[in-house]
Design a protein around this ligand. Structure first.
Ligand SMILES: C[S@@+](CC[C@H](N)C(=O)[O-])C[C@H]1O[C@@H](n2cnc3c(N)ncnc32)[C@H](O)[C@@H]1O
Length: 207
């Protein structure tokens, strides 16, 4: 059985709590996590080319095993990374015992109030697409509301049309456009190799 099969089986059994179930099963050696890859997302590395995060804060949404969070910390950002799964957060802390990243258990759909527009950079890589489509627009608004400066959204792309069997549920053009919420404006949306690379920014008032 593939890692994608493991995710679909656990999602069908527990539609909202399956992330924790998957990480716990992986911990027990009875399942594999499809996104457990040992390198940061290639589009993030490309986007961050030459970027110096020194003196800036970053938030990584649905951080899983921390590949993007560790990458941003290596670029000098002061990184907070969160996941709804306590087992994922325990696992990432065990994998990176000396990490400068602050790993936190938190729910994107009910985030800590003090995170509101608090981060210079927010990176959302494949969290919203892991949720059922009915939740996409609301989750996108939550991501936008955490962004103080720039938001980078990375996701698998699909065209408008009938919902696929998920997980995952790749994002349509309208769904990726919906991150332009809570005062964010679209800077660029590109579709590359079947994936969205979308950047949004908050216009900071001059007075
Ligand atoms: C497809 S995985 C991507 C993980 C990571 N971004 C990566 O690319 O390696 C989606 C992640 O989002 C987390 N997640 C799902 N719903 C969440 C929520 N409501 N709040 C925070 N994290 C959530 C899952 O536990 C999982 O780790």
């Amino acid at each position: 059985m593939s890692a994608d099969d493991d995710a679909r089986r656990l999602q069908a059994a527990n539609p909202t709590g399956w992330f924790e179930d998957l990480y716990a099963a992986a911990d027990a050696g009875t399942a594999s996590v499809p996104w457990d890859v040992p390198h940061p997302q290639a589009h993030l590395v490309e986007w961050a080319n030459g970027l110096d995060g020194t003196g800036r804060s970053a938030l990584v949404v649905g951080c899983g095993f921390g590949r993007d969070a560790e990458f941003l910390a290596s670029r000098g950002f002061d990184v907070t990374a969160f996941d709804v799964s306590p087992t994922a957060i325990a696992a990432v802390q065990a994998r990176h015992p000396g990490s400068a990243v602050s790993y936190v258990v938190a729910d994107l759909l009910n985030p800590p109030a003090e995170w509101h527009r608090a981060f210079d950079l927010v990176v959302e890589n494949m969290t919203v697409q892991a949720l059922p489509p009915a939740l996409h627009a609301g989750a996108a608004r939550k991501v936008a509301a955490l962004t103080g400066g720039t938001l980078l959204v990375l996701a698998v792309a699909r065209d408008e049309g009938p919902e696929p069997d998920g997980p995952p549920w790749p994002l349509t053009p309208a769904e990726v456009g919906a991150f332009a919420a809570d005062g964010l404006t679209e800077r660029s949306i590109a579709r590359d190799n079947g994936r969205w690379v979308a950047e949004f920014a908050r216009q900071v008032a001059m007075n």
